[in-house]
Design a binder for this molecule. Structure first.
Ligand code: SF4
Length: 467
């Protein structure tokens, strides 16, 4: 496979220089800014704002259950062995779906649906059907809707996968992390190469598009040679998309990570080398950097979306869905609708209690101000279009955006010097090298970041590091 000439690998000294705590910008303002003063009445107000529009919607459903907890896990998970736990959860989830549909005043056109977890395939086939049917009573599924699910190759049976395909799921995302058995043992996962290959191959046979694999660097006992071997194998399968995440070791937030022996973690230059090698191998294998830590084959819709300006970013990651409004359903789920961000309670007991009390599970949220809207647009443009057109912002918000961002623009010097950013006529343009650092560039436009980082202690940052 030839290397696309527009992209090239990243020097480790740049990775080291820009390795700073920073948000992933699946929202702006970011979650730590949101407030617990935001309650059910605020959520209803934003749902009503949205209901008054004719915009389509995206839906995220969180299924929190896993059989066991992997030691490196950073997700919101409920370890469950008993099926009645799931039955109870579905009962409450269905209540939340009904309440949402009632507030939206009819079935809204759904353009994107994602089931995430936890492990969504923890649900048995009849439970999958119940949830699927329930969602169909609440939303009008567009024939072209992007319908995705996270599948764990260790627990997803061929029957489940076939069934999901028959229902209409058309996107798959699977965790791989690293194929090396020693690493799998060290992260308490034990996923085998044959499990991963079998799930991927069946997904392809069933016609799933946009198959994504997640890789993670910086895991315990991970060596450069082993990670290279893993990536070499993964690119032979040719998933459409790959995400290469940095392992965030935050045992003060996720106490189960204390089971990981810190002496086994690659740090400093070793960790940068893992990321650098991943970038190089993926580019050599023909993958396009989409932004931050995401890569896609040139024919994949994400790569095309980047080229034609249709790429967007939401809590589900990068997408080409035309819907910006998103309903989040389930424990810990996040929504972005009618000018507000909403997060549900992340504890199962709290989720049930809040739904019993008010009909909503909202735990915190944020109503966007005009400055938030303007900055959010600038950050999305950098993260998703690799270009910030000031004329577009001027038109959209009736401002002189270069004056509006005068102070922020004064902080971009190092990005020009390092070849990550250039100036075009009335625009900022992220270079191919800069694509790996869009998060750092976006941070300049974040008005809340100085306050958030000042408040965070050095030992316990609120954001993961950018590398
Ligand atoms: S399967 Fe995924 S969500 Fe579940 S514990 Fe492991 S890493 Fe966390």
């Amino acid at each position: 496979m030839s290397q696309p000439s527009r992209y090239f690998a990243v020097p480790t000294d740049l990775l080291r220089k820009y390795d700073r705590p920073g948000p992933r910008y699946t929202s702006y303002p970011t979650v730590p800014v949101w407030t617990e003063e935001f309650g059910p009445a605020d959520y209803e107000k934003h749902l009503a704002n949205y209901a008054a529009s004719d915009r389509p919607v995206s839906v995220y459903v969180h299924i929190p259950f896993c059989e066991e907890r992997c030691t490196y896990c950073g997700c919101n998970v409920v370890i469950a062995q008993r099926q009645d736990t799931v039955e109870r959860y579905l009962e409450y989830l269905f209540r939340e779906i009904d309440n949402t549909a009632a507030k939206l005043g009819g079935k809204r056109r759904l353009l994107q649906l994602h089931w995430g977890g936890g492990t969504p395939t923890f649900l048995r086939i009849p439970q999958i059907d119940q949830l699927w049917n329930k969602l169909h009573t609440a939303f009008e599924f567009d024939p072209s809707a992007e319908i995705g699910i996270e599948v764990d190759p260790r627990v997803t049976s061929p029957e489940q996968l076939r069934h999901l395909g028959k229902l209409g799921f058309n996107r798959l995302s699977m965790g791989v992390q690293d194929l090396t058995p020693e690493v799998q043992v060290a992260i308490g996962r034990g996923q085998t190469v044959s499990q991963t290959e079998a799930t991927f191959t069946l997904g392809r046979e069933l016609g799933f598009a946009g198959i994504n694999m997640d890789l993670v660097f910086g895991l315990p006992r991970q060596t450069l040679a082993d990670f290279r071997r893993s990536i070499a194998q993964v690119v032979k399968w040719r998933p459409d998309r790959l995400a290469v995440y940095s392992y965030a070791h935050v045992p003060w937030v996720k106490p189960h990570q204390m089971q990981i022996n810190e002496a086994d973690l690659p740090t400093g230059p070793d960790k940068f080398a893992l990321f650098a090698t991943a970038i190089e191998q993926l580019i050599d294998a023909g993958y396009m950097p989409i932004g931050m830590d995401h890569f896609a084959l040139p024919e994949d819709e994400l790569a095309q979306g980047l080229d034609n300006g249709h790429l967007h970013r939401n809590f589900m990651g990068y997408t080409v869905s035309l819907s910006r409004d998103m309903v989040g359903l389930g424990v810990s789920a996040i929504g972005d609708i009618g000018g507000g961000f909403i997060q549900n309670d992340s504890r199962l007991g709290g989720y049930y209690r809040r739904l019993d009390e008010s009909g909503w599970a909202v735990y915190r949220g944020w109503s966007l101000t005009r400055d938030d809207e303007i900055r959010r647009e600038a950050i999305i443009a950098i993260m998703c279009r690799m270009r910030l057109d000031f004329a577009e912002l001027d038109r959209r918000f009736g401002i002189d955006s270069e004056s509006y961002f005068k102070d922020d623009l004064g902080h971009l010097g190092e990005f020009y010097d390092d070849g990550l950013l250039t100036r075009a006529d009335h625009a900022l343009v992220v270079t191919p090298l800069g694509r790996h650092f869009v998060r750092n560039i976006a941070m300049v436009f974040d008005a809340y970041l100085p306050r958030l980082t000042e408040n965070a202690t050095v030992k316990k940052p609120i954001f993961s590091r950018t590398v």
